[in-house]
Design a protein around this ligand. Structure first.
Ligand SMILES: [Zn+2]
Length: 131
């Protein structure tokens, strides 16, 4: 049955197969995006800017970028998807880098080094549906 057409005169294809193929292709693209971002972010690991504000700006830019692509930073302590933030500390002019995440239902901060940590990326968890 070569050249079979549907009602709109388009070639007959099974929508399910098309969706499967699309999803596979998008997954590959998404993985490639994640690896590309990760490769660039790794250059930051172990470094810091000279001021708290610069570090906070950089962390905020990273968080925004990751959010746009449905990604999160993987906490180096517990592996939970998190947002990297820079917190002010009395004994540090440049702030400390913390992983902001929810662990056991509670907002928790891990990390706390004065330089950008290793930045491994992970998928953003699906939104909770409470209904
Ligand atoms: Zn953690």
């Amino acid at each position: 049955m070569q050249g079979e057409k549907n009602e709109l005169g388009r070639p007959m294809v099974k929508p399910d197969e098309t969706m499967d193929q699309l999803e596979m292709q998008l997954n590959r693209l998404h993985r490639s995006i994640r690896l590309t971002i990760e490769r660039h972010l790794q250059a930051f690991s172990g470094t810091r800017y000279e001021s708290l504000e610069q570090n906070q700006t950089a962390a905020a830019k990273i968080a925004k970028l990751l959010d746009r692509y449905g990604l999160r930073m993987q906490c180096t302590e517990c592996g939970t998807p998190s947002i990297l933030r820079v917190s002010a500390r009395k004994n540090s002019n440049t702030g400390v880098f913390v992983f902001d995440h929810v662990v056991n239902g509670k907002r928790t901060f891990h990390g706390g080094k004065s330089v950008f940590p290793p930045m491994d990326l992970t998928e953003k968890p699906p939104r909770k549906t409470n209904h």
